[in-house]
Design a protein around this ligand. Structure first.
Ligand code: SF4
Length: 178
């Protein structure tokens, strides 16, 4: 990885300090994650969520095309009944600006799996063709069938189910770099 230090500096400039480099082949992809999108997730059908994402096998293939990735962990004390939307939007903007800067460093393949389902608009189109912000809409790791808990734990980072409300919430983004 030629620009590793420069990429870490970009993250630090955005105060994204909790991250770890991983080999994308260690990203755990599982069918059960997709099933949980279909049943039990209130975001199902948003423009960058299933069924508007590749199949699970296509997601597996996609990750195999990369040699290097960053797991980026965000932490926020939050109330699930009053989701911190402003904070989430700010984090998305920071991550998108890092993705753009990494591209300009000479990484044309860079791709962000965002820390949340795409919620850039209040009136999501519910499909890719009519998306109101095609440049900035990004899928979450979960919508690409990533078993986030297992992937993060395998990388030696801590992640917890939020048992108390309000409580410490972890959000995970993945930046695939090359
Ligand atoms: S940018 Fe807007 S329309 Fe497009 S997926 Fe995100 S919320 Fe939906």
């Amino acid at each position: 990885m030629t620009n590793k230090n420069q990429i870490e500096k970009l993250l630090q400039e955005q105060e994204l300090t909790d991250f770890k480099w991983i080999d994308p082949k260690d990203i755990v992809v599982a069918q059960w994650v997709r099933v949980k999108c279909y049943f039990g997730c209130s975001d199902y059908g948003l423009g960058s969520c299933p069924p508007n994402t590749p199949s699970v096998s296509e997601c597996e293939r996609f990750f195999k095309e990369y040699k290097s990735a960053l797991l980026i962990k965000l932490n926020k004390f939050a109330d699930k009944d009053a989701y911190p939307s402003d904070w989430s939007r700010e984090m998305t903007n920071k991550l998108l600006s890092v993705e753009r800067a990494v591209f300009l460093l000479g990484h044309p393949k860079v791709f962000l799996l965002n820390q949340t389902c795409c919620t850039l608009c209040n009136d999501c189109s519910g499909n890719r063709l009519d998306c109101h912000d095609k440049r900035n809409a990004r899928p979450s790791p979960e919508s690409f069938a990533v078993d986030v808990y297992q992937t993060v734990q395998n990388a030696g980072m801590k992640i917890n189910v939020v048992a108390n409300n309000p409580g410490d919430m972890n959000r995970i983004a993945i930046l695939l770099t090359e």
